[in-house]
Design a protein around this ligand. Structure first.
Ligand SMILES: C[S@@+](CC[C@H](N)C(=O)[O-])C[C@H]1O[C@@H](n2cnc3c(N)ncnc32)[C@H](O)[C@@H]1O
Length: 336
């Protein structure tokens, strides 16, 4: 795992006292300045506040992902995959890898409870927070951009979810896909769920007109992501489909584009539930991002934070088709 070069790092805490180390539970911030943009970092590869809000966002994402990406509450994979996963993961010595598994590695913990005879590896740049996990879970700290430190053909299933925002570009994602293909056994499955960095109005009108602060924020967000060496994902359904096909190592590629409203629209109880989670996740997420940007001007940050909250509030219970939505993609494919 790479660490930040001394010369590029200023160290601050939220209270303004300096700090020299990172642990996931504390709210200290490191800032880096690049191309005139100041933003928070955890380490070379990850810039995002890591504290209670991160945990809350991961929990909400887990709930949204189940409903919108995996066919219903409590699910960890699409229904269509169930027979195949039952077959693959009930084998003796079955192994599963989750890349960028998150602070609580919720997906791994849920999956490992469901298939107790398989071994699940939760791999992340950051150490996990203390959390209950079944005995068939292994936690590893590593940077997936440095390759996957596993032998060829060792896994039945490799998953990644909400990881790709932090990878610089299609090329680095393509390298990861090559590595995933290498460590998957023939016939093994790659499963991914990722979403775009942008929210857009559901009715196709411009964000600038109705939600000017969110639009302003997205411009900043893009600039920071690019300065930090991460990507700004907008065409999610196309990116992953293209990279998997171009690799030539996968077959049976299933791509579902997912649109998720933010807030309730009173149409369908399950969608409304997901919309409510999306609303909470967005409020929390935008707030976190404002912290990422807080190395800029604090008054500006406060103004935008307030503006975004007010705008999100107006989308919360607006008429069907008249609010804002995020888009994402759920993909699964089999190793040739
Ligand atoms: C938004 S969280 C998503 C966590 C989890 N997959 C989920 O769906 O809730 C992104 C995770 O990717 C990890 N990550 C980012 N870049 C990484 C890299 N280069 N190698 C390994 N993990 C990485 C981060 O540390 C973080 O825990």
């Amino acid at each position: 795992m790479s660490s930040l070069p001394e010369s590029e790092v200023d160290r601050y805490s939220l209270a303004g006292t300096s700090t020299t180390s990172f642990t996931p539970s504390m709210s200290s911030l490191w800032y880096r300045e690049r191309e005139g943009i100041r933003f928070q970092v955890v380490n070379e590869a990850y810039f995002y506040p890591v504290g209670e809000e991160h945990l809350q966002i991961e929990d909400l994402w887990d709930l949204i992902r189940a409903i919108k990406y995996y066919d219903g509450p409590g699910r960890c994979f699409p229904k269509a995959l169930e027979p195949l996963l039952n077959e693959l993961l009930s084998k003796r010595d079955a192994q599963v890898l989750d890349v960028g598994s998150g602070l609580r590695a919720k997906w791994v913990v849920d999956m490992a409870s469901r298939w107790p005879s398989a071994t699940f590896v939760a791999m992340d740049l950051l150490p996990p927070v203390e959390t209950w996990s079944p005995p068939n879970c292994i936690f590893e700290i590593a940077d997936c951009m440095e390759g996957l430190q596993y032998q060829d053909a060792s896994f039945e299933l490799v998953n990644h979810s909400w990881l790709s925002w932090w990878l610089p570009d299609d090329l680095s994602y393509a390298k990861l896909v090559d590595e995933v293909a290498r460590v998957l056994r023939p016939g093994g499955v790659l499963l991914l769920s990722e979403f775009s960095n942008e929210v857009v109005p559901e009715d196709g009108t411009s964000l600038e007109e109705r939600y000017p602060t969110m639009a302003e924020f997205q411009v900043m967000n893009r600039a920071v992501a690019l300065a930090a060496g991460s990507r700004y994902l907008t065409d999610v359904d196309l990116v992953f489909d293209r990279v998997l096909r171009d690799s030539g190592k996968f077959t049976d590629i299933h791509v579902s584009r997912i649109d998720a409203q933010i807030g309730e629209r009173g149409v369908d109880p399950e969608k409304d539930q997901a919309g409510q989670y999306s609303y909470l996740m967005s409020t929390c997420g935008f707030h976190s991002w404002m912290q990422v940007l807080a190395g800029g001007a604090p008054e500006e940050t406060q103004r935008m934070d307030g503006g975004i909250k007010a705008e999100l509030e107006t989308t919360r219970e607006c008429a069907p088709g008249k609010g804002v939505k995020g888009s994402g993609v759920c993909v699964w494919a089999r190793r040739i």
